[in-house]
Design a protein around this ligand. Structure first.
Ligand SMILES: [Zn+2]
Ligand SMILES: [Zn+2]
Length: 374
């Protein structure tokens, strides 16, 4: 269920213990002992998990307001004097109340964290319901409440022209010829998404794309993406001046050839362009450039603040992507302490993801990453 900041905050600090709703078909399925996740409007990953303790059913809010303690329904002591059932007309009409009746849901806040794994790939498997279910089952097993699946754009035929610029190096040309590249169409992916959305899944599952962004391919990407609707789009920078920075051959092509300062400057310029492009709702692994533990000599704090402000301005989420920890052996669980602190200071919305490329990796270090957001 979604809530505005004020009631959300009151539940969080324990003042509000009864949520008021229509007793419609969906709410009639609620039972005492059920878990309800309250998501904050415009901050959907700000979530409080509650247990249902009581269910109070009435014919109207008029009746409910006479029977229940209004302070527990979300009024302050000050507001309680003027509280009236008509206040609920803002949300539900009298006709709706007559049709369904109304419901007070008694809730107890749980200390449990809402765990999200927002980044996993079907890359090494089929676009099939069975394969998606392997990811879902693993998430359920690990107590993850929500997963987001996003395949790379290099899985799909439509995006092949956007990778042409990488073919200047043989190693990259070979990489693009792998059988996992450009072998499906976006319509096939959309077909799978439609199929999955019709199922009653045990956890929330969203679908999007991890889009390899470069300034030169921005217009091409925009054109292709405009024809499709996804739950989210994650922008990612994987190459700098047409050289991939995260491959085994990247040492030879990039890191051994150019100074780290230049690589970092070019990387963050590309990341900033990615954010400012307006094409994406999320930014993938913002400081993944550190994966080989090669660092620049200059101070990055100004760049981090610029990036934080740009993310905030575009209303984009930034990932704490734990892939750098278990896939590349970097000590950070996602963002560096410094970048994380700057993002918090700039009020950037954060989201945790494992970058799992196989079901067994779903949820890796997500609990630890969630702790870091607090
Ligand atoms: Zn990536
Ligand atoms: Zn990824």
């Amino acid at each position: 269920m979604r809530l505005y900041y004020d009631p959300f905050d009151k539940i969080r600090n324990g003042e509000k213990t009864i949520e008021l709703r229509l007793n419609d078909e969906k709410r009639r399925k609620i039972r005492v002992g059920d878990t309800i996740c309250f998501h904050r409007y415009e901050r959907e990953y700000d979530v409080i998990i509650c247990t249902v303790t009581d269910l109070y059913r009435f014919n109207s809010f008029e009746e409910l307001y006479r029977a229940l303690p209004l302070k527990q329904c979300g009024y302050t002591e000050e507001q309680e004097k003027d509280a009236k059932a008509e206040d609920m007309l803002e949300h539900y009409s009298l006709a709706e109340q007559r049709k369904y009746g109304v419901l007070g849901i008694g809730i107890r806040k749980s200390d449990q964290d809402y765990l999200t794994d927002c980044h996993m790939h079907l890359e090494y498997g089929d676009l099939s319901r069975e394969y998606v279910m392997e990811f879902v089952d693993e998430a359920v097993k690990k107590g993850i409440h929500e997963i987001d699946i996003l395949d790379h754009t290099h899985r799909f035929k439509e995006f092949e022209p956007c990778y042409e610029h990488l073919k200047i190096y043989d190693q990259q040309k070979q990489w693009l010829m792998q059988p996992t590249k450009f072998h499906n169409t976006l319509d096939e992916y959309i077909g799978l998404i439609d199929e999955m959305k019709r199922l009653d899944l045990p956890i929330k599952v969203k679908f999007g794309l991890e889009v390899c962004y470069t300034r030169d391919t921005e217009e091409m990407l925009k054109k292709i993406l405009s024809g499709y609707q996804f739950d989210f789009l994650t922008g990612a920078v994987h190459s700098i001046n047409s050289i991939l920075y995260d491959m085994s051959f990247s040492k030879e092509l990039l890191w051994d050839k150019y100074p780290a300062d230049q690589i970092y400057r070019d990387y963050y310029e590309a990341v900033l362009n990615c954010v400012k492009s307006g094409l994406f709702t999320r930014l993938a692994h913002p400081d993944t450039i550190k994966m080989f533990k090669i660092y620049p000599d200059y101070d990055l704090s100004e760049t981090y603040h610029l990036l934080g402000r740009a993310l905030k301005q575009q209303d984009m989420l930034a990932e704490i992507n734990t892939g750098c920890r278990y896939r590349y052996g970097h000590p950070d669980i996602g963002l560096s302490d410094e970048l994380l602190a700057v993002f918090k200071e700039e009020d950037v919305q954060l989201i945790t993801g494992s970058d799992a490329h196989k079901p067994a990796d779903v949820g890796s270090f997500i609990k630890e990453a969630t702790q870091r957001i607090k």
